[in-house]
Design a protein around this ligand. Structure first.
Ligand code: PEP
Length: 250
């Protein structure tokens, strides 16, 4: 059986509509659909519809929102609702990315509401969890990750828990050029997978690793069967390089 792998590109605050169009046209030209590979792209909100339109004929390419608000509509200036993200072509949304948590103060309770809103709106949440360096040094990685996981998935029934994707992204590895060793990453993934099982997940949940993944280290990370794919920031910004990365292991 082909091993299923998910590659997710988080463009953060890069690539407006024009650059997004050029990227996605080039990327689709370079990367044919491949059995068992799912390719998510999380562009800035203003570029979401461009990516969605360009990838309309590609079921393997899934656009997602980098962030959503939990209310479906109303007086919330500057926020992106799930229904609007969906209308723009989003199939899912990031929740609890470390920059949302640590730059914008997103709380565990916020992540729970966002996960719920995405599920209610028929979109797939990609819930990000991960410890800070001090927490790792204090031996609290598991505690932090499990707290974030239980909070983000709090009160969901097993069917809904099964629809959530998780990204394990140690905060100290994001955008820093440092990453967890494949073995360390796999160990945390195993802890997450066991907890998802306790929360009722059926089937194999998708758990991605993120944190300075690039062409030089992706293969050794993905050699760990615990990793179902990767969530990538910096190394996903250039179409040719990203095309090469999502084609590894061919
Ligand atoms: C991210 O934004 O989720 C990320 C992992 O970024 P980078 O690959 O640049 O560390």
């Amino acid at each position: 059986m082909t091993r299923r792998l998910t590659f997710a590109a988080n463009w953060k605050m890069h690539h407006g509509p024009l650059a997004a169009r050029a990227f996605i046209d080039r990327f689709l030209e370079l990367v044919p659909p491949r059995e068992g590979r799912e390719l998510w792209v999380f562009p800035p909100a203003a570029s979401l519809h461009v990516v969605a339109d360009a990838a309309r004929s590609r079921a393997d390419v899934k656009p997602g929102a980098q962030n959503v608000y939990w209310e479906p509509k109303g007086a919330f200036t500057g926020e992106l609702s799930v229904p609007i993200a969906r209308e723009a072509g989003a199939r899912g949304g990031l929740v609890g990315h470390s920059e949302r948590r640590h730059v914008f103060g997103e709380t565990d309770e916020d992540t729970r509401r966002k996960v719920l809103a995405l599920l209610d709106g028929g979109l797939t949440p990609l819930l990000c969890v991960g410890e800070k360096l001090a927490e790792r040094d204090e031996g609290r990685t598991e505690d932090v990750v499990l707290r974030q996981l239980r909070a983000g998935l709090g009160g969901l029934d097993p069917e809904r828990v099964s629809r959530v994707m998780i990204a394990y992204e140690p905060v100290w590895a994001i955008g820093t050029g440092r990453n967890a060793t494949p073995r360390d990453a796999a160990a945390v993934h195993a802890v997450i997978r066991a907890e998802l099982g306790r929360l009722g997940a059926t089937g194999r949940s998708t758990i991605l690793y993120g944190g300075s993944v690039n062409l030089g280290n992706a293969l050794s990370l993905l050699a760990e069967e615990e990793l179902d794919g990767v969530l990538v920031g910096g190394a996903s910004l250039e179409a040719d390089a990203w095309a090469e990365l999502v084609g590894i292991g061919a």
